[in-house]
Design a protein around this ligand. Structure first.
Ligand code: TYD
Length: 205
C-alpha cells in the first residue's frame, strides 16, 4: 500500500509549469518531505529516448495513434520504475505532466476518440491515479508566445488553436473530477502562483 503523495502539474505549453514545479518542490522540502521531481515524457532512460522521438520536429510524419502509444509507453516505464517505488517509500512525487496531458493533447488537441484515450491512460499509468492534479491556467495566447519564443518543438508546431483545445479539455476534466483536479490561476507574480498551488495541496499535507 503506497504511503506517499502523488501530485501532478498540468497546463498548456508555456503556462510556467517548470518554474512552478521547482518552487513548489522547495515548499514541500521545507515541510521535511522527500520530494521526487519528474517530468513527462521522460524520467527513465527508456522514457527519455521516447521523449526524444516524440518532440523531434523531424518526426512530422508521426501518426496520432503512434504518438498516443509512445506517450503511454514512456509513462508505464516511469510509473513502474520510479513512481511506484517512491510512493512506497513515502515520498511526495511531483510530476510535471501525467495522463491528463494525454487527455488534453491527444483527445482534446488531436481529436482522438476520448474513450480510447481514457482506456490507454489506464494502461499507461498502470492504473495509478494522482492524489491531486493542479492545472496551471493561463491565456493560451500568452503561454504559446512564451513557449515558442525560442522555436517550436513537434507539439508546439501545432499552433495556437491546438493550445486552445488543450486548455478547454483541462477545464472539462476539472469539472468532471473536482476533488482531484484543481484549476489554479497561473497569471501574475510567480510567488503568488506558488502560494496558490501550495494552498490547493494543504489538505493532503
Ligand atoms: P515539454 O517540452 O516537456 O513541454 P512542457 O514544458 O510544456 O511540459 O514537452 C512535452 C510536450 O508533450 C508538450 O507539448 C505536451 C506534450 N504531451 C502530450 O501531447 N501528451 C502527453 O501525454 C504528455 C505527457 C505530453
Amino acid at each position: 500500500m503506497a504511503r506517499g503523495i502523488f501530485i501532478t502539474l498540468e497546463g498548456a505549453d508555456g503556462c510556467g509549469k517548470s518554474t512552478q514545479a521547482e518552487l513548489l518542490a522547495e515548499v514541500l522540502l521545507a515541510r521535511g518531505r522527500e520530494v521526487v521531481r519528474l517530468r513527462e515524457p521522460g524520467g527513465t532512460p527508456i522514457s527519455e529516448k521516447i521523449r526524444a522521438l516524440l518532440l523531434d520536429s523531424a518526426n512530422a510524419e508521426m501518426v496520432p495513434e503512434a504518438e498516443l502509444l509512445l506517450y503511454e509507453a514512456s509513462r508505464a516505464q516511469l510509473t513502474r520504475q520510479v513512481i511506484e517505488p517512491a510512493l512506497e517509500r513515502g515520498a511526495v512525487v511531483l510530476c510535471d505532466r501525467y495522463y491528463d496531458s494525454t487527455y488534453a493533447y491527444q483527445a482534446g488537441g488531436r481529436g482522438l476518440d476520448e474513450t480510447i484515450v481514457r482506456q490507454s491512460n489506464v494502461l499507461g499509468s498502470c492504473g495509478r491515479v494522482p492524489d491531486r492534479t493542479l492545472v496551471l491556467d493561463l491565456d493560451p495566447a500568452i503561454g504559446y508566445a512564451r513557449a515558442t519564443a525560442g522555436g517550436a518543438d513537434r507539439m508546439e508546431a501545432e499552433g495556437l488553436a491546438f493550445q486552445e483545445r488543450v486548455r478547454a479539455a483541462y477545464l472539462r476534466l476539472a469539472d468532471e473530477e473536482p476533488a482531484r483536479v484543481r484549476v489554479v490561476d497561473a497569471a501574475g507574480e510567480k510567488d503568488a502562483v506558488t502560494a496558490r498551488l501550495a494552498s490547493a495541496l494543504e489538505d493532503l499535507l
